[in-house]
Design a binder for this molecule. Structure first.
Ligand SMILES: Cc1ncc(COP(=O)(O)O)c(C=O)c1O
Length: 500
C-alpha cells in the first residue's frame, strides 16, 4: 500500500515532464488513489453497495406501470427512506455515492439528522401542513425566519430578498424587476402614462416596451418563456417555442488549467467583452435597448465554462456604463459548492451585482436585489414556501457549525487533483479538468463515450451528471469529504481503464 501511495504521488509530480515512453510504462499500472481516513459522519454509509445494474428489476417494473405518464427522463426509482448522507438508495437496494445530488440541489446530504429533528418538532407542524399565499397572508414569524435564513447570507450590497418557488420562476420575476426598474428610470418617476396603461393590455409599446436582456451563448437560466429566451445550452430546450429577439454574446471559451493560459484566456475574454458592448449599442440602435445582463458565474448546464474574476468585474463595469442592470444567476453555483457561499464572492467585489438569483441548495427559490430594484408588481400565489426557509436556517447552522465551506475547499482540491491525474493517465479519454471547490468537471472525448462512462460508473455505485456536449460534472453535497473523493477516484479509474 505504501508503495502504491508513493507511486501515485510520483505519477502526479512527474506527469508533465516524463518522456512519453516512460509515461506508457508507468500508466500501465492501475491508478490507486490514496486511501483517506474514513469520514466521521455517523449518518453516512461506509461505501456504495450494488445488488443489480441500474435501473434494476424493481425500477423497471415500476417504470412499466407508469407507461401512460411522462417518465421519459426518469433514470430509476428511489428509496428516500433508506438514503443517507452522501448515498442515494434505489428501489432495488442499490446504494450509490451521489455526486450529482438531484441536479445539485441537496445541500447537506440525504436525511440529515438536523433536518429530521426539525420535522419531529411539534412546534413546526403547522409550517409544514399549511402553505400560505405569502404575498398576502404570511405567518407571524416569516420576517424573522427570512432574516435568520436568507438575509444572513445576503450578497454584498444587498439587504432585500424576494422568495419564489423554483429557479426559473426566480429568474423570470427578476427579469420583470429589471424591466420595470429600467422603464421607471427612463420615465424619471414611477407613474405610467395613459398611453402606457392602454397599450399594455394589447401587448403594444410603450406599455409593453421593446426592451431586451443580454445573455450568453451556452448559458442556462431556465425553461419558462422569458428565461428560455436567455437559455442557449441545448437545442432540445428551445425547439418549437417562440422567443424574443434579444442579444446573445459569446461566453469565453477558456483553456485549462486557467493558471497556465492566462495570456490566451485574457485575450479571449477581451474579445467577448468587446462583443458585449457592440451588442448593447446595436440593440439600442434597433430600438430594443438592453435593460439587463444575465450571466452564470460558472456556466453549468452549458458545460461548466469558467471565466476569470477580471472578466466579471469588467462586465459589471460595462453594465453600469450602459445603464443596464446586472443579474448574477447563482441558481446552481450558490450555496457553497465553489468553496464560498456565493460563486460571485470569488470576484472580490463589494458591489458584485444588482440582482442575485438562487434556488437548488438554498431549498427555496428567489432573488436578492439592490434597493433601487424594489420589485413592484411582482406577485404570485405562493411566492416561496416558509417550510423551506425553516430548513434553510438549519442548513446554514450546519454549514457554519461544521465549517462545511472549508471542507468543500479541501475535498474540491482532492477531487480536482485526482481529475488532473486521471486525465494525464487517460489522455485519449479525458481533458480540460476544471473546477472551483467541488464544482468540478472534465471533458470526455465524445458524447457517446461520456454517456457510456456515466452508466458504467453508476453500475459501479457512483452517480455523476453530464453537461455541455461531452462533459461530466461533479455536484456532490457539502458533506462530501476526502474519503468520498478517493472512493470515487478508484471506481472512476477502473471504469476509464475499461474504456481505454
Ligand atoms: C443557472 C440556472 N438557472 C436557472 C435554472 C432553472 O432552475 P429550475 O430548474 O429550478 O427552474 C437552473 C437549473 O438547472 C440553473 O442551473
Amino acid at each position: 500500500m505504501l508503495f502504491l501511495l508513493r507511486f501515485h504521488v510520483h505519477v502526479k509530480r512527474t506527469t508533465n515532464h516524463i518522456c512519453s515512453k516512460t509515461k506508457t510504462l508507468l500508466f500501465r499500472s492501475r491508478y490507486i488513489s490514496k486511501a483517506a481516513a474514513k469520514a466521521q459522519l455517523d449518518y453516512d454509509y461506509d461505501g456504495p453497495l450494488m445488488k443489480t445494474t441500474v435501473p434494476g428489476p424493481r425500477s423497471q417494473f415500476i417504470f412499466m406501470k407508469q407507461k401512460n405518464k411522462n417518465v421519459g427522463a426518469v433514470n430509476f426509482f428511489c428509496n428516500y427512506d433508506d438514503s443517507r448522507g452522501n448515498y442515494l438508495v434505489d428501489v432495488d437496494g442499490n446504494r450509490m455515492l451521489d455526486l450529482y445530488t438531484q441536479i445539485s440541489s441537496i445541500p447537506i446530504g440525504y436525511n440529515h439528522p438536523a433536518l429530521l429533528k426539525l420535522m419531529a418538532n411539534p412546534n413546526n407542524l403547522s409550517t409544514f401542513v399549511n402553505r400560505p399565499a405569502l404575498g398576502i397572508l404570511p405567518p407571524e414569524n416569516f420576517p424573522d425566519k427570512i432574516t435568520e435564513s436568507l438575509i444572513s447570507v445576503a450578497p454584498s450590497g444587498m439587504t432585500r430578498v424576494q422568495t419564489m418557488a423554483c429557479g426559473s420562476c426566480s429568474n423570470e420575476n427578476a427579469f420583470k424587476s429589471m424591466f420595470i426598474w429600467y422603464r421607471n428610470k427612463e420615465r424619471g418617476h414611477n407613474s405610467p402614462s395613459e398611453e402606457d396603461l392602454s397599450t399594455c393590455m394589447i401587448n403594444q409599446a410603450p406599455g409593453c416596451p421593446d426592451l431586451s436582456i443580454l445573455s450568453f451563448m451556452g448559458g442556462f437560466h431556465g425553461r419558462t418563456m422569458g428565461c428560455l429566451a436567455t437559455t442557449h445550452s441545448k437545442i432540445i430546450h428551445k425547439l418549437d417555442v417562440p422567443s424574443f429577439d434579444w442579444p446573445i454574446a459569446p461566453f469565453p471559451r477558456l483553456q485549462y488549467p486557467l493558471e497556465e493560459f492566462t495570456r490566451e484566456n485574457a485575450q479571449e475574454e477581451a474579445r467577448c467583452l468587446e462583443e458585449v458592448e457592440d451588442l448593447i449599442v446595436k440593440w439600442r440602435q434597433k430600438g430594443r435597448p438592453v435593460a439587463g445582463i444575465v450571466i452564470e458565474p460558472i456556466q453549468a448546464e452549458g458545460g461548466d465554462n469558467h471565466a476569470s474574476p477580471d472578466f466579471f468585474r469588467k462586465l459589471r463595469g460595462i453594465a453600469r456604463k450602459h445603464g443596464c442592470a446586472f443579474h448574477a444567476d447563482e441558481v446552481q453555483t450558490g450555496g457553497g459548492s465553489t468553496g464560498k457561499f456565493w460563486a460571485h464572492e470569488h470576484w472580490g467585489m463589494e458591489d458584485p451585482a444588482d440582482i442575485v438569483s438562487f434556488s437548488k441548495k438554498l431549498l427555496s427559490g428567489g432573488y436578492f436585489y439592490r434597493d433601487e430594484l424594489q420589485p413592484y408588481r411582482i406577485f404570485n400565489t405562493w411566492m416561496g414556501d416558509p417550510s423551506k426557509n425553516l430548513f434553510l436556517a438549519e442548513v446554514l447552522n450546519v454549514i457554519r457549525r461544521e465549517n462545511l465551506l472549508e471542507e468543500v475547499a479541501r475535498s474540491g482540491k482532492a477531487l480536482l487533483d485526482g481529475l488532473y491525474d486521471l486525465q494525464a493517465q487517460f489522455p485519449g479519454l479525458l481533458s480540460r479538468a476544471r473546477g472551483q471547490g467541488t464544482f468540478c468537471a472534465v471533458d470526455v472525448c465524445d458524447a457517446a463515450t461520456r454517456d457510456r462512462i456515466l452508466l458504467q460508473t453508476r453500475d459501479k455505485g457512483v452517480i455523476l451528471g453530464g453537461c455541455g456536449e461531452s462533459s461530466i460534472r461533479f455536484r456532490p453535497a457539502l458533506i462530501f469529504r476526502d474519503y468520498h473523493v478517493h472512493l470515487f477516484l478508484n471506481i472512476f479509474s477502473d471504469v476509464l481503464a475499461h474504456n481505454k
